[in-house]
Design a protein. Structure first.
Length: 162
């Protein structure tokens, strides 16, 4: 899974990212290029038309709408269907898709933004089964070309039991 979040786990507002962070977009591209990306219908529709489908990736849209289709998108109707058809994919949003897929995830790359933004979409709350395995920078924050402070954290699922 991959997402950027502001304070309070905000990942979006009215179908858009409420910030501009080119370093995060660059990281997103590096991580997902050549991969399968799984997103919800609203996330697909929020992408600028010139970036639909996301180039250099296999685009899968997870939707409950049985008759939904779009050029360049493969459609799945459940988390189980995604898991059965695609191995090693990146889940890229939105909030409902993260919630549906998090129990199956083993890795999360999260860009934390050190600022509060209004939002109506939120990243899942990570429970004790997740451990931060890397943070860049380790202490403090990087500063974006746009002036926002950010850090990139990678989480891995902690094995439970013997």
């Amino acid at each position: 899974m991959v997402w950027a979040q502001a304070r309070g786990r905000v990942i979006g507002n009215q179908g858009t990212l409420p910030w501009r962070l080119p370093e995060d977009l660059r990281l997103f591209r590096e991580l997902t290029l050549g991969s399968v990306v799984v997103m919800g219908r609203a996330t697909w529709e929020s992408l600028p038309e010139k970036f639909r489908p996301l180039p250099g990736r296999r685009n899968v849209v997870l939707t409950g709408q049985a008759d939904w289709h779009a050029d360049g998108a493969e459609v799945a109707h459940s988390a189980g269907e995604v898991l059965a058809r695609y191995a090693g994919c990146w889940v890229i949003g939105g909030a409902a898709v993260y919630a549906a897929m998090i129990e199956h995830a083993s890795r999360i790359v999260c860009t934390d933004i050190d600022e509060a933004f209004d939002g109506d979409a939120f990243a899942p709350r990570l429970d004790s089964s997740w451990q931060c395995s890397r943070r860049t920078p380790q202490n403090g924050w990087s500063t974006s070309a746009t002036g926002l402070r950010y850090a990139i954290s990678e989480y891995t699922r902690v094995p439970i039991g013997p």
